[in-house]
Structures are given as C-alpha cells and as structure tokens.
Design a protein around this ligand. Structure first.
Ligand code: SAM
Length: 168
C-alpha cells in the first residue's frame, strides 16, 4: 500500500495543484491520497478519472493529518527540500511495503519533521510537491509503475500522431 498525505490544502488556491498531486500519485503507482481539508469537488474530479481510466485509486479528504500519521502502520516519509538526499535513503525505504508519503503546500508545521520517520529531499532546491511525488514514486517502484494495467472504460493507444482512444 502506497498512500500520499497532502497537508495544507486550500480548496480555492490549491485546486489545480492538489488535483495534480492526486493524478500523479495514481498514474505513478500510489493506491490512495489523503487530503487534510474537506473538498468534495476534488474528490469527484479524481473519482471521475478513476471511473473512466480505471484502477482502484482512493481519495479521502477532510482527514486529521496527525491521526493519519499516527495510525499509519508502515513507514512515514516527509518530502522536503531540507531532508536527506533521495538516492541515499531509497535503498532503506525499499525494504518497506506500507509507505505514507507526506507533502505540504506552503510552510509545513515544524512538528512534521519529528513525526516522520524520514525527511527526504528530491534535490535540495525548492520546487513542487507534484515533481517530488513523481520522482519519489519512480525511484521507489524502480520505474515499474509504467507496467501497471488500469483496465478502464477508456484506453489510450499510443500513436505517433493524433489521438487514438478505445472506449469499452
Ligand atoms: N517553502 C515551503 C516549505 O518551507 O516547506 C515549500 C513549499 S513547496 C511549494 C510545497 C511542497 O513541495 C513541500 O511541502 C514539499 O513537500 C515539496 N517539495 C518542494 N521542494 C521539494 C524538494 N526539493 N524535495 C522534496 N520535496 C519538495
């Protein structure tokens, strides 16, 4: 089980970026996203993608983020530019099967650094939670996310030009 915990979500300001965190999580091999602020619009956007493109990705919004961390039965990883380099820590992380990946939006609460088992940086430059999640999942799954079959109502046929889509 791989889950993402998105904290500091502000439905109005972060609508697109949290949607992208969720879509990237789903596409690159995670099973679920928790979002701290309740956002039914975000839930329906993601569930509509799951409905059309397949898979079993789950979304839960309005969670108490500290409880999610406390109740997580596995390793808790906070992605932050202040952490240890991803490539140094990833061999250790790969020993775990239950992984909670925590990302912020603006400044994250200081206690998160203590609550996490690992504070991991995807490079020590500031960038984006979307990029951090994508790169972490790619390294953790060793690129095998690309082989996952989603078996949706809609399937894209890779083509050199144009859009080829099969609908069930
Ligand atoms: N200034 C904010 C801070 O001090 O936490 C960073 C905000 S950043 C736009 C939003 C989120 O992206 C961060 O909470 C972190 O999870 C992720 N992030 C940004 N840069 C990162 C990096 N180099 N490595 C890992 N995660 C990063």
């Amino acid at each position: 089980m791989i889950a993402i915990l998105r904290i500091g979500h502000r439905p109005f300001r972060d609508k697109r970026i949290t949607t992208h965190v969720a879509l990237v999580a789903r596409a690159f091999g995670a099973d679920k996203i928790f979002v701290d602020t309740r956002d039914t619009k975000l839930e329906s956007t993601i569930l509509s993608v799951v409905d059309r493109f397949g898979g079993d990705f789950k979304i839960e919004t309005g969670v108490d983020w500290k409880k999610v961390i406390k109740n997580w039965n596995g390793v808790k990883i906070h992605l932050t530019m202040y952490g240890l380099p991803l490539d140094h820590v990833i061999p250790e992380i790969k020993k775990h099967r239950e992984v909670l990946i925590i990302v912020g939006s603006e400044k994250v609460p200081a206690e998160l650094f203590e609550l996490a088992d690992y504070n991991i940086a995807v490079g020590n430059q500031p960038h984006s939670e979307v990029a951090a999640v994508a790169l972490f999942l790619d390294r953790y799954l060793e690129g095998k996310w690309a082989e996952r079959v989603f078996d949706g109502k809609v399937k894209i046929v890779p083509s050199e030009k144009g859009k080829k889509v099969i609908s069930k």
